[in-house]
Design a protein. Structure first.
Length: 201
């Protein structure tokens, strides 16, 4: 009885294995056929067998966008000058100053640290000067003292010096040269130094 039962089991096992392997083979063929069919579909700007289009195959400009202008043929990257020539740099702060525009630029970008009236009492100061602040952990437990008063700073620094600080950043202050245009930075400086209509007026 046991021998018959073992023979039946031994005959069934190979059939089950063949059955499973045939399903696996069919599934593999189906996947291969699907990949081949996908590769044969023509794609604009792509190789026929390219399945995942890479970035360099993407179109240069968007649909309905006019073609971009070519560079000026006579333009030169570098032109050598003799030592007796002087490079004339035009003034960078010739734009029209609008008090309301400058006030809004100051409010959005500066007041969080320096306060609305420029006294160095912005809403972030308690967090910036805390002993467990990020600045303190990065500086051996020494917290940041406080943002400076811009009312006091405008009496000590020239506008050009203030422009350099705003552009390049200092301690916890970010580089606004990467965030604001040159005209926007000059507008903020004019607003800070404008005692009649600007900061603290």
């Amino acid at each position: 009885m046991n021998l018959v039962h073992l023979r039946v089991q031994s005959r069934r096992l190979p059939k089950a294995r063949i059955h499973r392997s045939s399903w696996a083979a069919l599934l593999g063929l189906a996947v291969l056929a699907l990949i081949t069919a996908t590769a044969c579909v023509p794609k604009t700007g792509a190789d026929p067998i390219d399945i995942f289009s890479e970035q360099h195959y993407a179109q240069f400009y968007r649909s309905q966008e006019p073609p971009r202008l070519e560079g000026v043929a006579s333009a030169q990257v570098f032109v050598s000058t003799s030592t007796d020539q002087t490079l004339n740099v035009p003034a960078t702060n010739k734009g029209t100053y609008n008090v309301q525009v400058a006030k809004n630029l100051y409010r959005v970008n500066c007041s969080v640290c320096h306060g609305l009236n420029g006294k160095g009492d912005g809403p972030i100061v308690p967090f910036l000067t805390a002993k467990n602040s990020y600045y303190a952990t990065e500086n051996n437990g020494t917290p940041y003292h406080a943002p400076p008063s811009l009312i006091a700073a405008r009496g000590k620094l020239s506008q050009d010096a203030m422009f350099g600080i705003i552009t390049n950043g200092i301690t916890v202050m970010p580089k606004f040269g990467l965030l604001l245009t040159q005209q926007q930075r000059w507008d903020i400086i004019r607003y800070v130094y404008d005692k009649q209509h600007g900061l603290g007026s």
